[in-house]
Design a protein around this ligand. Sequence first.
Ligand code: ADP
Ligand code: ZN
Length: 354
Amino acid sequence: MSNLIVNVNNPYDVIYEQGCLDRAGSIIADKLVFSRAFILTDRNVGPIYLERLEQSFKNEGKEVFSYKMDCGDTSKNLESYGFIIDKMVEIGIRKDDLIVALGGGVVGDMAGFISSSYMRGLNLIQIPTSFLAQIDSSIGGKTGLNTAFCKNVIGTISQPKLVLVDVDLIKTLPRKEVINGMGEAIKYAVLMGGESLGIIEKGLGGGNIERFIQLCGQYKSSLVEADEYDRGKRRLLNLGHTIGHAIETASDYSISHGLAVAKGIKFMMDVALKKGSIKETDYNRLISIFNKYGIDTSIDYDANELYKFVLLDKKGREGKISYIEILALGYCRISTIELESFKEMLDETLSNKN
Ligand code: ADP
Ligand code: ZN
């Protein structure tokens, strides 16, 4: 077992322990006073893990309720939010009860938004079950819902009271979801360099994956501590996302977020190589990583098409745009440039590749 403290305004623990799902009730009861828990999960994860989690609460003499929402990002909407809220009212969930997110990023975002809005605030516990949620989204308090036209446009920053990471849970994750998580995993390796990059290069087998998940958690928590509300340093986590979001939108979401981010990172590496700001050995190291995991980093859209979607994204402000520049593996920085220069960067980089 290992423990990480996220030192924000209201500090909380991230506990990494294999098999902790079965002890969740007692771990939570040691930290918080409550008598009832409402577990939000989805229709894939619920049938596999819900019973064990419910039992762990019952063992502590707690009352437990649950709801399995539909799976996938399209379920993260206001209609399903309203439906779950109605369920909670019907059950009689009160301010001093808990909401527990048992699932991937979708469940985590929905439970997070409910926790920050239901009766003006409910304690939240995150139990992430996907690779992506374990390395990234369960820490840091970002919550989000989509509208028909805009992803994550409704949301808050509202920290959980505790995060429980049981690496065993990702054993049942479908392979395509592991690959989706790899895009963000490689992002962390590029940002952190060092040990995490070495692990990604060697492979995530054996105990490596647990160590890697912890390294990502440590790094993310350091950024969240420095910049809880995402106005400064935390934005480093947007590496590969400016181009990544544009690719995701241009593909009408047929390209997954993780894959789009991987393509966005490769794009930023191309930019850095062209500018001479990274060494060719670093560039080749990253290409070998993409190849190792079978990640296709080609971009099938032209500069004009992607630029159109970049402009729609929230990062373009007053003629300027921020993006994360790679200076070396393990050394990135936030850069702001004129939109015109950004467009030139797109033109130059995309004309020489694929
Ligand atoms: P994210 O990748 O942001 O975590 P989701 O919450 O949509 O996105 O999770 C991805 C998919 O994987 C969903 O269909 C979800 O039901 C499924 N899933 C999540 N965790 C597990 C797990 N441990 N076992 C099996 N399926 C899972
Ligand atoms: Zn992302």
